[in-house]
Design a protein around this ligand. Sequence first.
Ligand SMILES: C[S@@+](CC[C@H](N)C(=O)[O-])C[C@H]1O[C@@H](n2cnc3c(N)ncnc32)[C@H](O)[C@@H]1O
Length: 269
Amino acid sequence: MSSKQDSRALRFYSDVLGLEHLHYGLWETQEELTLANLKAAQARYQQAIIDLLPPPPVRILDVGCGTGELSKALKAIGYEMEGLSPDINHLDSYAEKVGQAFHHCVFEDFEPQEKFDVVIMSESCQYIALDRLFDVLSRSMKDKAVWIVADYFVKDGTRGIIAKSGHSYTEFQRAVAASPVTMDYDRDITEAVLPTLDFADNLVARGELALSMLKQRIDQRSFILSKIVNFILWLARKEIKKLDENRILIDSAAFKEAKTYRLMRFVRD
Ligand SMILES: C[S@@+](CC[C@H](N)C(=O)[O-])C[C@H]1O[C@@H](n2cnc3c(N)ncnc32)[C@H](O)[C@@H]1O
């Protein structure tokens, strides 16, 4: 997915669905696919990250901080926060919600002035080029500092559009092995994120149904309007085809086959 598409998707979650968190959340088994449960799953995911932190007060860098929701919660329980995101929309929301230092850049270009006790990448690691990540990370972390990563990775042998978002899990592990950090916690949360994809898929299916019912009505009621709609659909045929092809990105079975979603903690040697 291009970064423009990513940022459009992120704005859909925050502006249309009213979600403050921009991650998959952590569902419990058999929960109903509702927006309220998605929000509860996102709160649970945030708590799972908090449970991995050393006690406050420590300095934390929230990399790819999104709208600043995690930073806001951490500040409220005594952590000293700084946010980082290349998305200009996040600059204002971070100032409003957190009111702490915000670095408007990609992590690859970050020049830390002071080192941190903790660096968090909550569903942002996948966007950071692996060949730059560990250099900037080691310049950002104090000795014995903690790095938390919650994100999905692509399994070996995966091909096609679904392989395009997320680092290769094998390449990530190789890069970690060559870096100054050591893993001390690793939880596979793939099953617990899948309902978010089912929720999105339901939303799209309902939208498609509403549109096809509308078209059926137009076809029945007005010959001219029906011709105009068909012409518009013809003009938009490439975009429609692309949307169809992208549908696999919200297919939970395909995700499970192709990816692994991990909650991990590392300590700098
Ligand atoms: C899926 S959102 C996650 C937001 C937030 N951490 C959360 O968990 O709700 C991804 C975030 O990564 C940021 N991002 C994208 N590319 C990045 C990069 N190269 N360096 C740092 N952050 C990046 C996006 O702007 C966005 O804030």
